[in-house]
Design a protein around this ligand. Sequence first.
Ligand SMILES: N[C@@H](Cc1ccccc1)C(=O)O
Length: 517
Amino acid sequence: MVTDLTAEVLDVLSRTDEPILSTDVFPSTPSTEIKSALDRLKSREMVFYETIDKDEAILTPEAEGIAANGSHEAKVFEAVLQAVEGMRISDLPKAVGQESAKIGRGKAFKEGWIKKDNDILWANRESITDTSREQLQTIQSTHTHPDPKILNDLKKRKLVTMHKVISYKFSKGPKFARRFVKEETDLTADMLASGTWNTVSFKPYNFKSMGASTGSGALHPLNKVRHEFRQIFFEMGFEEMPTNRYVETGFWNFDALFVPQQHPARDQQDTFFISDPPYADRPREDPQETQSLPNGSASEPLPKKAKQDYEQYFKNVKEVHETGKYGSIGYRYPYDDDESLKLVLRTHTTAISTYMLHKLAANPRPARYFSIDRVFRNESVDATHLAEFHQVEGVIADYGLTLGGLIGFMEVFFAKMGIHRLRFKPAYNPYTEPSMEIFGFHEGLDKWVEIGNSGMFRPEMLEPMGLPPDMRIYGWGLSLERPTMIKYGVKNIRELLGHKVDLNFVESNPAVRLEKD
Ligand SMILES: N[C@@H](Cc1ccccc1)C(=O)O
């Protein structure tokens, strides 16, 4: 009982002014019980205490046997020494037991304690020191060994295991008393009626106590980092693109981006295809402004002029793939209109950028767009990959943009997130040329990590839209999950996304508590 222990603590302390070690006086009481008694007394300044964590060495049952009866090799030696006429090897198990005979004989040879003459064992000396037994006896009485190498060796031989032992060193506090008076927490009607209110002692108020936490809302880490990215984009003059659709046509996800229809990324391995319905009636004219699938009936009929523009655009895209156009020789393969109509879960938000750039072509001017939303890829799921993730995407359209400008922009952009050292590696995307993978130096991990992919959009993608040939557009994309994992030290992406998110993680991480913005 807790109260009993409180009394016992006061009792042992009353007999000495020296600090007392809890494991000496309460060897078998659980440490939590001791702690709660000590905490109680400490809050009244009746005792002081400090916690001591120690690793103690404990003998395994086998080692207990050795400490009591000697090591296997010592047993073998003693038995052989006793045999005045030597001992046959086959008689050894009878003399010392199977196990000792098996383990001890070889060791006794190695120590030079015994020798062999044909099948007869002889003692090599008069007496030996059983070091193993002595070492184990030391550990048995002190729970450690002065030589860490020996301790380690015994651990490896599974003779000793280590245990964490918590003990408390406690001593008298300024308000020490021999007895702990039970303190009342509430003034009751009974006390008033009986008059005991005058004599009982009340527990002091603890004005420093924190009070129970009231589980308020908290932002998910991904939301938090998303918020930071949005701030950076807005600060740099970007407009947010509407990303309300997960289902796209092959046209917007691939064809318009000059991704050839036989490109491996379109295969089952990377893209999720929709099975019902598998095809749209036509490439969506205005993918952002209608929420339903473009089956003709649900979408508003388009104004005649706009319809023509789309018609022309679809034709241009087809031509640039099939025969080449705008000075490009194209891919020279038969373009399949059905492939354009295939419905997919968008594999990148570059589908949205493409749509926005096509819209921009109606009135070409410098523009900056960004989006942060979910994309889907049919990847095998592991600690760092899921079949869906969030993509942070940005595009900049202007006249006279250069690759050097893109590199410079990246440096400013990532510096705002605390990533100051960047490296660029040539890469390939069907829709950008040149293309660059972006690596950032992660100070915490002390290594270079891939943080994004970027490039200057190809004329084969931009000119079918009707954008002026002297306009340059660059873009980049990165995952939202990677910087979030680095920032919050999350090792498994499944803890961050999907169905395994632990509310405790979200709520307990002070950096992700809801803040007033
Ligand atoms: N779409 C690319 C990112 C990117 C966007 C724009 C330009 C270049 C690259 C990806 O999924 O990784």
